[in-house]
Design a protein around this ligand. Structure first.
Ligand code: HEM
Length: 419
């Protein structure tokens, strides 16, 4: 994940210099206007050039889809901090750091490839497809529980609950209290958000320890009485010596649950907000009709993705759009801006599920391309279809309020009325 816009004590005093020098611009990632709508800033950045310097992060930013795609696929860059720059996490985050050290998302091949293969083998296409009736049942039960009269908050009633229930079912851990999963995953990803402070670090550490403790005890129980969930498949891989050591099993089980919950909650919230804001009941019926719904989900991911910014470390000098990024530097890929690049998308700020091509980087690219993309797409499709089939005239009673959680983007509240 990306680091928050604070200078880390491990960063060199004189960071490696990009040449020729980059145009520079300023934008606080916690500014209320930016939080509610970051896209005008992305346009400003793009207008300055394909590579610009974001002052608050102190880093170069790729603003064009083509450049980001190239950087994400270039093996001379990666997520893992170069060994010469090992930055020990503070002592008060030792538990959190231990989890990160075994998480595929914080590593590069060959270790990341082995971990990813082991986890991917536990989430096969057949297993994803088999979730469809479960997702529909879980979504239907949530809609059944909506208040008969509005306004009510659709985030707490639907968009933040369904992805949590789905991933717990996929893992085979339906007994985990949703409030615990939410507290753990929110506290852990908070470390990557703008404005993270000591209290947030302490909360992340507590959450990491509690989550590890829970998963470790669940593994003991499941060894004694195996089930059929993804966790059982991961345990079997670990016990068979198939590329997953015990600590890696725990770390990547936690990663999957956090990644699945956080990203899908925000993606579903954004998609619902977009469909409510941009279409009436008749348009939504057409957008979500069989044969069109997959295209509409893709347009939602292009138009308003949930994860906007990730960084990459540069291991060997690379040239991007006429600029040299030196070894030892770090660069931001602005995934949230990729789907709005006018060089690739006509009228990119128009929501149009019928546009013939919908290029985006919502799931990233390269070796870290989202491992759960197929499940996420299925979940979005079924969640939107269930919601709008059962509540066709659902309407916003107030504009969506986006949460101050950059680099995540998603509504903190969606006040709606069912009729
Ligand atoms: C709409 C929902 C989702 C979005 C937009 C999303 C997005 C992403 C992105 C952008 C990355 C890569 C970050 C980078 O390149 O630095 C990623 C990685 C990952 N995602 Fe997702 N994700 C979603 C849902 C899920 C789900 C449902 C799961 C699990 C079932 C999942 C599991 C993972 C894992 C394990 C990784 C790490 C892959 C690796 O490092 O090789 N994600 N996701």
């Amino acid at each position: 994940m990306s680091k928050p816009p604070t200078q880390s004590p491990c960063d060199p005093a004189m960071p490696p210099v990009v040449s020729p020098p980059l145009p520079s611009l300023s934008q606080s990632p916690t500014d209320p206007g930016f939080v509610q709508n970051p896209y005008p800033f992305y346009d400003r950045a793009r207008a300055l050039g394909p590579l610009v310097r974001w002052q608050e992060y102190g880093l170069p930013v790729a603003t064009r889809l083509a450049a980001m795609n190239a950087l994400l696929k270039d093996r001379r860059l990666g997520r893992e901090r170069p060994s010469g720059q090992r930055c020990p996490m503070p002592a008060h985050m030792a538990g959190f750091a231990a989890l990160q050290a075994d998480s595929m998302l914080e590593l590069e091949p060959p270790r990341q490839r082995h971990l990813r293969a082991a986890v991917q083998a536990a989430l096969t296409p057949a297993m994803v497809a088999a979730q469809a009736p479960v997702i529909e049942t879980l979504a239907g039960a949530l809609v059944d529980a909506f208040p008969a009269h509005g306004p009510f908050d659709l985030v707490t009633a639907y968009t933040e609950v369904l992805p949590a229930r789905v991933i717990l079912h996929v893992m085979g851990l339906p007994e985990v209290p949703l409030a615990d999963l939410q507290r753990w995953s929110e506290a852990m990803v908070r470390v990557y958000q703008a404005g993270c402070d000591r209290a947030a670090e302490d909360a992340a550490e507590d959450a990491a320890r509690a989550f590890v403790d829970y998963v470790t005890r669940a593994i003991v129980r499941r060894r004694a009485r195996p089930g059929t969930g993804m966790l059982d498949a991961l345990i079997a891989a670990c016990d068979a010596g198939a590329g997953l050591a015990p600590a890696e099993l725990v770390a990547n089980a936690v990663l999957v649950m956090n990644a699945a919950r956080e990203a899908t909650v925000h993606a579903l919230g954004n998609a619902v907000a977009v469909l409510l804001a941009h279409g009436d009941a008749d348009q939504r019926r057409a957008w979500l009709a069989p044969g069109q719904i997959e295209e509409t989900v893709e347009e939602c991911l292009r138009f308003d993705p949930p994860l906007h910014l990730f960084t990459r470390h540069v291991y060997e000098e690379v040239e991007v759009m006429g600029h040299r990024l030196p070894a030892g530097s770090e660069v931001i890929c602005l995934l949230g801006a990729a789907g709005r690049d006018p060089a690739r998308i006509e009228a990119p700020h128009r929501f149009d599920p019928y546009r013939p091509s919908k290029p985006h980087l919502a799931f990233s690219a390269g070796v870290h391309f989202c491992l759960g993309a197929a499940l996420a797409r299925l979940e979005l499709k079924l969640a939107l279809r269930t919601l709008f089939t059962r509540c066709p005239v659902l309407r916003l009673t107030a504009p969506p309020v986006y949460a101050d959680s950059y680099h995540f983007r998603g509504p903190g509240a969606l006040m709606v009325s069912p009729g």
